[in-house]
Design a binder for this molecule. Structure first.
Ligand code: NAP
Length: 310
């Protein structure tokens, strides 16, 4: 069993306002279950996969109520698969920090009204076979819900002991601040898409805001959904070549270089590995040992931008 560096969920910067009252720690790499249903694994294979992830030292498990939805049905199916594994092997739950998301409501597409959020949290708890979710995240912003109404529903769920900590995903900086303004507790995380192919967060203020507020940054699709492993466009090939330069120097794979490239950022980005392949997940856990020079890091950044930095 390996150990990854443990980091606080929500980085305390010394201010009492920014303290993480729940005191949770997570591994520096997470594992995501967006693709779990499509992997079509048996119950035994899912148990082995979950154990393999934990044995690799990865404790942050990220799912969502929408995972498994295929446009017609399947809502909740990824949570149900994990919940079934947790029900069959009770020792697993205490080894992980369980994160899920809600607020996408097909075919609407979004609902974050207080009544919807309350029932969505209850439904996730039931499917996941647990009495508490460690990190509950708003999946995408619902512009039709006033943040005060949303904050009250979330505070109620925390007060009822159903949720330990709260986070957001795909929220803009002003949307995060508006929700935080009305919340009775500190948001602990934000989950944007970040990879060597997706640089928006570095340039639109999201990373700076997360560091200022002490939010943990969880990166979704850290390999660009697999395009870093199998580049197609000229831009993707250029990024792959820049990653390969670091990878060959350190004797590692391109994908490991891509994950460690994110982790080298001062916000301490936590990549959520999306592979459902146990060997690839175990390999990903080695990313925290990879080191970057400034020159090599910026070479990847410039390759992705396609134009030199000024
Ligand atoms: P990713 O790590 O960027 O991509 C994973 C995909 O790349 C898998 O299909 C994997 O296939 C493939 N892949 C091909 N070669 C690989 C290699 N050498 N190493 C590793 N993977 C390789 O992540 P993602 O699945 O797109 O997203 C990761 C997680 O982010 C999700 O599970 C979910 O938790 C979260 N997410 C959140 C949002 C949001 O809106 N908040 C949106 C999307 C995703 P194999 O399985 O065959 O290895």
């Amino acid at each position: 069993m390996s150990t990854l560096p443990e980091i606080p969920l929500s980085r305390s910067l010394g201010s009492p306002l920014l303290g993480d009252e729940a005191g949770l720690t997570i591994s520096s790499i997470g594992w995501g279950m967006w693709r779990l249903v499509e992997a079509r694994l048996s119950a035994g294979e899912i148990d082995a996969l979950v154990n393999g992830v934990l044995d690799a030292g990865i404790t942050l498990f990220d799912t969502a109520d929408i995972y498994g939805f295929n446009g017609a049905g399947g809502f909740g199916d990824a949570e149900t698969l994990l919940g079934t594994a947790l029900g069959a092997n009770r020792a697993l739950r205490s080894r992980m920090v369980l994160a899920t998301k809600g607020g996408i409501c097909p075919p609407l597409p979004y609902d974050q009204s207080a009544s919807y959020i309350a029932q969505a949290i209850d439904a996730s708890l039931k499917r996941l076979n647990t009495d508490r979710i460690d990190l509950w995240q708003l999946h995408r912003p619902d512009v039709l819900t006033h943040p005060q109404e949303l904050a009250r529903a979330l505070d109620d769920a925390v007060a009822a002991g159903k949720i330990r900590t709260l986070g957001v995903s795909n929220f803009t900086v002003p949307q995060i601040d508006a929700l935080q303004h009305f919340l009775g507790q500190k948001l602990v995380s934000t989950q944007p898409e970040i990879s060597a192919l997706r640089l928006d967060c570095f340039e639109n203020g999201e990373m700076d805001h997360a560091m200022m507020r002490g939010l943990s940054v969880l990166a979704w699709s850290p390999l660009g959904g697999g395009r870093i492993a199998t580049p197609v466009s000229p831009r993707e090939h250029a990024v792959a070549a820049a990653l390969d330069a670091c990878a060959s120097e350190q004797g590692i794979s391109r994908t490991l270089a891509a994950l460690s490239w994110l982790m080298a950022h001062p916000a301490g980005i936590v990549p959520i590995v999306g592979s459902q392949n146990p060997a690839r997940i175990a390999e990903a856990a080695g990313a925290s040992a990879v080191r970057w020079t400034r020159a090599a890091w910026y070479a990847v950044y410039v390759a992705s931008r396609g134009v030199p930095l000024p």
